[in-house]
Design a protein around this ligand. Structure first.
Ligand code: SIN
Length: 316
């Protein structure tokens, strides 16, 4: 076992390592214990929970592409009541930090979810899903407008004492401004980023791969885009950034730390190997130790981008 210290701090939370499951790719974490014990992860991030149950979008809603996956699930879930009554009590027993991802179509949906979850001691933090591309006609109203994004986060901030992660989208220009807006509205961390809008089709049948035609693209093909987004956010804000997009191995995860992230989320790669999140943390520790780096925190923001990213991260 290596001596490298992987622990990181996000707001009031101390995570034993910087590897989190990405929302929507890991169930609520409960099903995954046979592959990766909760204690091997920095945190579990739940699938998005909405106020009311949602059936999601019509099938087909998953489509494999050359270098990743398109999805248009549409936030299928059993709703808040079911989550509180049946899922959270099981998550509470997990030996890891529990982050509940919340989604809605109106500002007041997010505020109500935050208010109702504020009293739930099993929830350590909320991740505000501002960026699902598969609802509201793919228009991403909250993720592409810094005023609306800030409005949601401000309403959530007013409704909860728990740390808030704001999950942003790559499908916008001016991501840094949106990151700054949600920081100003009270977010404690930024998750960068959700899926890229994409389309797959078969030229012979002329049919798209998804019933909704377009959907969210994830997997190794998006890594350069997502890494740039995470770096852009880390440059723009002083709160921690949690990088997400295309991570397949420990080296990918360490690249996000160098770009300025405090932690990472692993998503699509878990479908191919559900044991990956646990392995990643161990491999990160070995790689860092082999380089004589004593902690994950030391690596954060060390990119030589000529713009002193490291100073910004270390000032946090
Ligand atoms: C979905 O449920 O459509 C995916 C979740 C997301 O991209 O936020």
């Amino acid at each position: 076992m290596s001596a490298c210290d992987l622990s990181v701090r996000i707001a009031s939370l101390v995570l034993r390592n910087p590897v989190l499951s990405a929302s929507g790719t890991y169930g609520h974490g409960l099903e995954m214990g046979v592959f990766t014990a909760a204690a091997e992860l920095g945190a579990w991030v739940s699938k998005t929970v909405t106020l009311e149950p949602r059936g999601g979008n019509p099938a087909p809603r998953i489509c494999e592409t050359e270098a990743g996956l398109l999805n248009s699930i549409g936030l299928e879930n059993r709703g808040l009541e079911h989550y509180i009554a049946h899922t959270l009590p099981l998550m509470a027993a997990a030996d890891t930090v529990v982050v509940t991802n919340i989604g809605g179509e109106r500002v007041q949906d997010f505020a109500e979810l935050a208010r109702r979850l504020d009293g739930e001691s099993a929830v350590d933090a909320l991740e505000v899903n501002l960026s699902c591309p598969n609802v509201q006609g793919g228009k991403l109203p909250f993720a592409t407008d810094r005023v609306l994004a800030a409005e949601v986060v401000r309403a959530v901030r007013a409704a909860t004492h728990k740390p808030i992660f704001a999950k942003l989208s790559p499908n916008t220009a001016g991501l840094g401004e949106i990151a700054r807006a949600v920081e100003g509205a009270g977010a404690d961390a930024i998750t960068a980023v959700n899926t890229l809008l994409g389309l797959a089709l078969d030229w012979r049948t002329r049919r798209p791969g998804l019933a909704t035609v377009q959907g969210g693209y994830s997997g190794p093909g998006i890594k350069p885009v997502a890494l740039r987004c995470a770096w852009e956010c880390a440059r723009a804000v002083r709160i921690p950034v949690i990088g997400c997009g295309g991570i397949q191995d420990a080296a990918d995860a360490l690249e996000y730390l160098v770009a300025g992230c405090t932690a990472v989320q692993v998503g699509t790669a878990s479908f191919a190997d559900p044991a990956l999140p646990g392995k990643l943390a161990r491999e990160m520790a070995s790689l860092l130790a082999a380089q004589g780096i004593g902690s994950a925190r030391e690596l954060c923001g060390t990119i030589h981008d000529g713009r002193e990213a490291r100073d910004a991260v270390q000032a946090r």
